[in-house]
Unconditional design. Structure first.
Lengths: 409, 479
């Protein structure tokens, strides 16, 4: 949204080009402006003039905008701002339902006004959060064609491409986003690209820039970046720094799921099994995910408690939902990793890999093939999982085992 | 004994489909925020200092609408942003001087996330966990050859934000201690201040309403006084006072000024395939004349406009000669206003892009710069009325500046008290007032010359000495 942050970009725009221009047709008989012309929308949650992205701020913004949308179902500005806040809420609570609601709201706008720019660009972000990467890519490209100067669109396009495993194009999109307008959002994406390419230290530097470029009234984004820094520090074994960043995330946004899980991960890495377990079990009540249940199962297994371990592994499977509904290879990897339902693991991984070939999907596919003894296919997939130069130890160690087995063969 | 299966049921009821992945590193969830308050120019002021008339004071404000009670995370300048005040002193619209400000935040106790752990009684108080200092560098641009940089000061302190009587007692003294003299008679200050801007956002937001003109709006309401929506909000100011002799290039006396914020470009790949850790700075925000980004530049071109330098502004000329604002004024207040010309508005080009001949003209090169004729000396109260008006020297400054014949006000530079919203509303509506009508032959349509948002002054009085902007509102006192 370019310089909408400027105090008056959204304000005086009503004297001027934005909302004012939009309402002129309503109060005079002038011809309506083109549908793809950007309109001025109030500040997004967490921005000057809007509630902060704290729990209360998000609730307040969602409540306010829901009321506006109820009163005026065709209020595009309210619909976009509602979706913006719902997307944040989804991330802050790790609950997908707010994003579903956002998608419905935006679809309703687009049904009335196909191609409405602000709804379209927001829908791209919502589609990403819901794993509809092809849709997001298509929407991002449509929005970019309407407004090639808007850096946001290159973020949507790059995010979609990176999930699909189209890394060269994705990196190019991120670089374009950066060239159009360096920002926290652009830094975070370049940081991720660097991480994928195995440059964790540079990724840390760039993610730090993203954190610093995020304003204090946006504690949710600050928490997100702090948690990302925690992940990166954890990756290179700097546990104190990782712990500090996760705690910082929890300070910015109390009970932030990534912050809580992250603190558990640090404890688990330090060998504090009970401490980690306590955090994971508590967090599981709030954000029940495959990942958390599997971590709990692993900790019980390490402690020799096979019964509890099996309970949580079963829970992990249940939380993942049916194999046919998977858009990611997490379930496949979990099954392969725990020697459960291996033929199904292969089936799921193959189905996901038919849609996307990012390194995480390739890694899961390789591991599933490996576990059922299809070594050639495992090796090929494993090589594809290494193609960005990642230094992700989990991927590297699986690749090493597959390679050793292949050579042995 | 835990009941994971029961939990599954509860969970499915609670969360339904669409549960997000637990993979925290998934960057499809990375924020896509496109607003950037810390690199956002809000206002720019420039005037001959009434109490030190051999100097010019320039104030560049950043970070809009800071809520004083917005803890526990308090706003500050961004260490990763390059803040600049740029000056063109030869009329070619290219900066000849750039005062660069780079900030550095120290975290005294990295394990504490608090802003302060006790009362902050001085700028070196260790209870202040995140003190911020800055450097000032003067870059002299020599077009066609290499530029010359001179560090004017390092480790210059900023004051903390104004939190409350426990954290920041005696705030004025803290802020005063941050006013710093640099070599060459330059004075600087950087830190939180009251936002000196004043405007009725609430009404303007509501379908471009101006409360005093409510009965004449296309959707009529009873007339009402304006309400300052920026009252009780803070901002961050960078203020610099520089001897005039260091700013001008004889024989020119008028300087063109713009402030900017730039962020470093960091790329995944350079063209040669190598990662680039030290990219160039890309300008993400600029401000010369007030309200241009908001009033003149369309939304679809704002990123581009902000990225460009004023020397490239000629391409936007048609937005000034055929202004959207004037069209809107006709559309919404057509029942009362004398019809406004909406094409060929060379008057706006003069005021906003080249300077006004005889006042602050810098040549034919069109650029969005705040132009200040440093030869016009203010009285001790800051005003300087056109001699033909025959007003006594004690006549207070006019909020309408040059429209009232007060040549030391906007659009000849901009003082803190200048009511740029009303001045712009009238200028765009061809309601320049009788003085400019008789002196410059500019149109004086009526009642266009009465337009205004009804907010005529800042909520806090300005102070009589550098940095002139009042102390920030205190979080403890402001809801």
């Amino acid at each position: 949204m370019d310089k909408a942050s400027e105090r008056l970009a959204w304000i005086a725009a009503s004297i001027l080009v934005g909302i004012g221009a939009a309402i002129v047709p309503a109060v005079t008989s002038h011809a309506s402006r083109p549908r793809d012309e950007p309109m001025s929308i109030g500040p997004g949650v967490g921005m000057p003039g809007a509630p902060p992205t704290s729990s209360d701020g998000l609730r307040q913004r969602i409540g306010d905008m829901e009321s506006r949308v109820r009163a005026q179902p065709h209020d595009i500005g309210a619909s976009v701002l509602l979706s913006d806040a719902l997307l944040r809420q989804a991330r802050a609570t790790n609950d997908g339902r707010p994003a579903n609601r956002a998608s419905d709201v935006l679809q309703a706008v687009l049904k009335e006004q196909p191609g409405q720019y602000d709804a379209l660009r927001m829908l791209g972000a919502i589609d990403l959060s819901q794993h509809r990467f092809r849709n997001a890519l298509e929407i991002g490209r449509r929005a970019r064609d309407l407004r090639p100067e808007d850096a946001w669109n290159y973020g949507v396009i790059g995010d979609a491409l990176i999930e699909l495993g189209e890394y060269d194009e994705a990196f190019e999109a991120f670089d374009t986003m950066m060239a159009k307008r360096p920002s926290a959002a652009a830094y975070a994406r370049v940081a991720y690209a660097r991480e994928l390419r195995g440059n964790v230290e540079e990724a840390l530097d760039t993610m730090q820039m993203a954190a610093e470029a995020t304003p204090p009234q946006d504690p949710e984004a600050r928490a997100w970046y702090a948690a990302q820094l925690g992940e990166l520090y954890l990756r290179i074994g700097r546990l104190n720094a990782a712990d500090r960043e996760y705690r910082r995330a929890a300070f910015y946004f109390p009970s932030y799921p990534h912050a809580m899980v992250g603190q558990g991960k640090v404890k688990a890495t330090r060998g504090d099994r009970d401490g980690a377990l306590a955090i994971y079990l508590e967090q599981l009540k709030h954000t029940p995910t495959l990942d958390l249940a599997a971590r709990i199962g692993d900790l019980y297994a390490k402690g020799g408690n096979a019964v509890e371990s099996e309970r949580y592994y079963q829970l992990a499977e249940d939380l993942a939902g049916p194999g046919s509904a998977q858009t990611e290879a997490h379930l496949a990897l979990f099954l392969a990793d725990h020697d459960r339902k291996l033929p199904e693991a292969v089936k799921i991984a193959e189905a996901v890999a038919a849609v996307r070939h990012d390194i995480f999907t390739e890694d899961a596919l390789a591991w599933a093939y490996f576990k059922v003894g299809r070594l050639d296919q495992a090796f090929a997939a494993s090589q594809r999982a290494l193609r960005t130069g990642t230094r992700d130890e989990r991927i590297l160690s699986r690749a090493a085992r597959i390679r050793a087995a292949s050579l042995h063969q | 004994m835990k009941k994971p299966l029961a939990l599954v049921l509860v969970v499915s009821m609670l969360f339904g489909v669409g549960m997000l992945s637990g993979r925290a590193s998934s960057h499809r969830e990375a924020p896509l925020i496109s607003q950037d308050p810390m690199a956002d120019n809000t206002d720019l002021y420039a005037f001959r200092s009434p109490d030190r008339p051999d100097t010019v004071t320039i104030i560049a404000n950043y970070i809009p609408l800071e809520s004083p009670a917005g803890g526990p995370n308090f706003p500050a300048f961004d260490d990763t942003v390059l803040y600049e005040i740029n000056i063109d002193n030869d009329g070619d619209a290219k900066e000849d001087l750039s005062y660069q400000f780079r900030f550095h935040t120290e975290t005294r106790n990295p394990d504490s996330f608090l802003y302060n752990t006790g009362p902050i009684s001085s700028l070196s108080d260790t209870a202040w966990n995140r003190p911020q200092t800055y450097s000032v560098t003067l870059v002299r641009h020599r077009h066609g050859s290499s530029e010359r940089s001179e560090v004017l000061g390092r480790n210059i302190p900023t004051p903390p934000d104004n939190i409350g009587p426990r954290s920041t007692p005696n705030y004025e003294a803290l802020a005063d201690a941050a006013v710093t003299s640099l070599p060459g008679g330059i004075t600087v200050f950087a830190g939180q201040r009251d936002d000196p801007f004043f405007v009725d956002l609430g009404s303007v937001f509501d379908l471009a309403g101006l409360r005093p003109f409510n009965p004449f709006h296309a959707i009529a309401l009873p007339a009402a006084p304006g309400r300052d929506a920026v009252a009780r909000y803070n901002t961050h100011s960078i203020a610099i006072q520089v001897p005039i002799a260091q700013l001008v290039q004889a024989p020119n006396t008028t300087i063109g000024i713009y402030a900017s914020a730039s962020r470093q470009e960091v790329r995944v790949l350079r063209k040669d395939g190598v990662e680039d850790n030290h990219g160039q700075f890309v300008q993400v925000s600029r401000l010369g004349e007030p309200l241009i980004n908001e009033a003149v530049i369309p939304l679809g071109q704002k990123d581009l406009w902000n990225r460009l330098d004023p020397q490239d502004d000629a391409q936007f000329e048609s937005l000034y000669t055929s202004p959207e604002v004037s069209r809107l004024e006709n559309a919404l207040y057509g029942s009362v206003l004398t019809p406004i010309t909406v094409t060929g508005r060379n008057d706006l080009v003069a005021i906003l892009l080249t300077g006004v001949p005889g006042l602050n003209f810098t040549g034919p090169r069109k650029a969005d710069l705040l132009r200040l004729n440093t030869a016009l000396a203010p009285n001790p109260n800051g005003a300087c009325y056109h001699p033909a008006l025959g007003l006594p020297a004690s006549t207070p400054p006019s909020r309408l500046g040059v429209l009232d014949g007060d040549l030391c006000g906007f659009p000849n530079g901009r003082r803190l008290a200048d009511d740029v919203v009303d001045i712009d509303l009238r200028a765009f509506a061809e309601g320049y007032g009788p003085i400019l009508h008789s002196v410059l032959g500019l149109p004086d349509k009526s009642p266009n010359n009465q337009l205004g948002d009804g907010v005529d002054a800042n909520d806090k009085p300005f102070i009589a000495h550098f940095p002139y902007v009042p102390a920030p509102h205190q979080g403890y006192q402001v809801p």
